[in-house]
Design a protein around this ligand. Structure first.
Ligand SMILES: C[S@@+](CC[C@H](N)C(=O)[O-])C[C@H]1O[C@@H](n2cnc3c(N)ncnc32)[C@H](O)[C@@H]1O
Length: 328
């Protein structure tokens, strides 16, 4: 049994749980808590699009140290017009990405994703080379092989290049539809790409651009760019925009229950969709509060906390939060 409370308020008495926090006629929602416990409370067939980017099981703690440049007459970094800056260490964000039994963790969540998809809905599962092959076998069994639509390869070019093997510079996004006979896919809405050999096509085609294939070249979130939130493994808005354009319409609900920095919500909002985001990490919630907080979006976003059914975890939630994250 689960219950919820709005951030900053005393936990409410345990409610009779026939209700989910989410209301399809209500506002966008960000939930802090274990995703499995929360998504089990959502009604069948509620989402046309589910995007999830679970931890990749890298066996490490994923962390990022943000850096801010601050103007200072004694600073050692020299910038535009000779101005000098000090580089100050900012917030350090992190989450654990080491699992003893990764598939025992992911499988029940993928089963829930299947249940939550609308009949014309689509799941995008974002992984990398470590787990994608096991995921394909599992999703074939769960959805049916006919429901496999694509494996999108997102290619980027960043970071060191191993000299001992081919440097891995791509992620894998598996795409499964609930019903292969009636799924929603709108290629007309998808952003187009420039032709590689424009000399071979007409000016009209050059102006229109070409439809992307299942291989997407896209930079990672730039460490100095405006999009950067400082959250580790933050995915680019451009990747999420394309997914949302193709597999949902304006007004649809998009669910991301491994939300991290909330990139799926940010892209959904830009494109006139509504969103439900879940993450158990207080640091992810802080980043999303900053991203979607008062006045940041046109539409309202509610932040809620799942009160876990496990008594020990419930006691932890009741404790005032100790976090090393401060607003920048
Ligand atoms: C790879 S990151 C997601 C990054 C996100 N797509 C972005 O672009 O910022 C995975 C996230 O899953 C969260 N997570 C892991 N296990 C979870 C669980 N059981 N319930 C809720 N969130 C979980 C982690 O806290 C982490 O933020």
């Amino acid at each position: 049994m689960s219950s919820y409370t709005v951030f900053g308020m005393t936990p409410a008495p345990e409610p009779q749980i026939d209700q989910s926090l989410w209301n399809p006629h209500g506002s966008n929602l960000v939930v802090k808590g274990d995703n499995l416990e929360f998504i089990r409370t959502l009604p069948d067939g509620s989402f046309r699009l589910i995007y999830i980017d679970p931890p990749f099981n890298t066996g490490k703690v994923q962390s990022r140290q943000t850096m801010n440049n601050v103007r200072s007459t004694t600073g050692t970094r020299v910038g535009f017009k000779g101005m000098t800056y000090d580089t100050i260490k900012g917030v350090a964000y992190g989450y654990n990405d080491e699992f003893e039994d990764y598939w025992n963790f992911l499988e029940p969540r993928l089963e829930e994703a299947w249940r939550l998809l609308a009949d014309d809905g689509t799941l995008y599962l974002h992984l990398d080379y470590r787990e994608v092959h096991y995921a394909k076998i599992l999703l074939d069994a769960l959805f049916g092989r006919d429901s496999f639509l694509n494996e999108i390869i997102w290619v980027y070019d960043y970071g060191a290049r191993s000299k001992k093997k081919w440097p891995a510079k791509h992620d894998n996004i598996l795409v499964y539809v609930k019903n292969p006979a009636s799924y929603f896919f709108n290629s007309a809405e998808v952003d187009r790409e420039p032709y590689m050999a424009p000399g071979l096509v007409t000016p009209e085609k050059i102006a229109l651009g070409k439809l992307p294939t299942d291989v997407w070249w896209h930079t990672i979130v730039s460490p100095n760019g405006r999009e950067k939130t400082g959250y580790p493994t933050q995915k680019p808005l451009g990747i999420l925009r394309r997914i949302i354009q193709a597999s949902s319409e304006r007004g649809d609900w998009v669910l991301d229950f491994f939300a991290g920095s909330g990139v799926a919500g940010a892209a959904a909002q830009e494109l006139g969709r509504r969103f439900v985001l879940v993450d158990q990490n207080p640091e992810a919630i802080k980043v999303m509060q900053k991203r979607f907080g008062a006045g940041k979006l046109d539409s309202e976003v509610r932040f809620e906390q799942l009160i876990p059914s496990d008594p020990e975890l419930k006691a932890e939630v009741a404790e005032p939060e100790k976090s090393n994250v401060v607003a920048e």
